[in-house]
Design a protein around this ligand. Structure first.
Ligand code: ATP
Length: 324
């Protein structure tokens, strides 16, 4: 079996009193996209910087393609980097920006440009080779930065909030094309994001990070449908976490709420928003929050809503939301 694209073992990194990364252990296989997901300041970018060699860990090891790279400088690590601000060279054409990686690695000009053309074709920027970065839209600049990482043929790609500067429409567009692109290039991809939708759309596995530590790692769907703790569930946007005794909550996912059957509970609707009509139902388990589609909203009768809760989907989770 081939070595994983990336193996992190027991990484620690502190900045003065701040434990930015604590005991992070994670593997990314070749051809796999793993999302490092967590709120601002939890240490995601620091992990990427440790992988890229831009920072040194206090302890722990970074292996890339099965080789220990912990002590090596960034240029020896064979990783393709895409950071939030793209960092394209403003004075170089798009083609030269993308050919830069192969050139630095010693490829003759013609060969480097050929590789750059191929990478630009992959991100659908063919035809814009002669432009300067300032003449690109946000989405195009983002794709040029990606092409530059792809042109290095690195077995590991590191993406830090790669769509943070794009509007929602462009994000949705790029999400769809990126997933297909990653599958085609076969590299291991470590993607940093605080956006759970982005993680869900792009990654096969998700590692949830909080205050420097990984608190849940697993297949994306498993993490989203079965969060391990109340904090993870809340971070994923789960609204129904009801008190269930000391240190525990009852997690009722929206899929567990079956509308239009059972008892009619008192329900208070808020004005309809973009996602639908928010409703709070007074249920013996506690107040249940849900958002009704226009069709579901017709089930509201005289301030009441019929619903049943599918007990099989209800889980007790440890409540770890205080502190940290
Ligand atoms: N060079 C540094 N010096 C001091 N503290 C730092 C440094 N870099 C990061 N930190 C601190 O380490 C913690 C983790 O930061 P990091 O940038 O890794 O978080 P993040 O999860 O990537 O956040 P964001 O999503 O906002 O980019 C934060 O508390 C941050 O303030």
């Amino acid at each position: 079996m081939t070595a994983p694209a990336l193996t992190l073992s027991g990484l620690h990194k502190a900045f003065g009193p701040v434990q930015a990364v604590q005991d992070v252990t994670l593997t990314v296989q070749s051809g796999e996209t793993v999302a490092l997901l967590g709120p601002s300041g939890c240490g995601k970018s620091t992990v990427l910087r440790l992988v890229a060699g831009l920072d040194q860990p206090d302890s722990g090891a970074v292996q890339i393609g099965g080789q220990d790279m912990t002590a090596l400088p960034p240029e020896a690590r064979r990783v393709g980097l895409v950071f939030q601000d793209y960092a394209l060279f403003p004075h170089l054409s798009v083609l030269d920006n993308v050919a830069y990686g192969p050139r630095v690695r010693g490829a003759p000009r013609a060969q480097a440009q050929r590789r750059a053309q191929e990478a630009l074709a992959l991100v659908e920027l063919t035809g814009l080779e002669a432009r300067r970065p300032a003449q690109l839209s946000g989405g195009q600049a983002q794709r040029a930065a990606l092409a530059r990482a792809l042109a290095t043929d690195a077995p590991l790609l590191l993406l830090d909030e790669p769509m943070s500067n794009l509007d929602e429409r462009l994000r949705a567009e790029l999400r769809a094309s990126l997933r297909a692109l990653f599958a085609r290039v076969g590299a291991g991809v470590l993607l940093v994001t605080h956006d759970q939708r982005e993680a869900r759309a792009l990654a096969s596995r998700v590692a949830v990070m909080r205050a420097g530590q990984l608190i849940q790692t697993g297949p994306a769907e498993a993490v989203f449908t079965a969060p391990a703790t109340a904090w993870v569930a809340a971070f994923m946007g789960e609204a129904n976490l009801l008190p269930a005794g000391p240190g525990q909550v009852r997690h009722i996912p929206e899929t567990a709420l079956h509308l239009g059957a059972g008892e009619a509970w008192p329900a208070v609707a808020a004005p309809a928003g973009e996602g639908g009509t928010p409703v709070t139902v007074t249920h013996p388990l506690g107040p249940l929050h849900l958002t009704l589609s226009p069709r579901e909203a017709t089930l509201l009768e005289g301030g009441r809503l019929r619903l049943t809760v599918d007990d099989a989907q209800v889980r007790l989770l440890p409540d770890d939301r205080e502190g940290a």
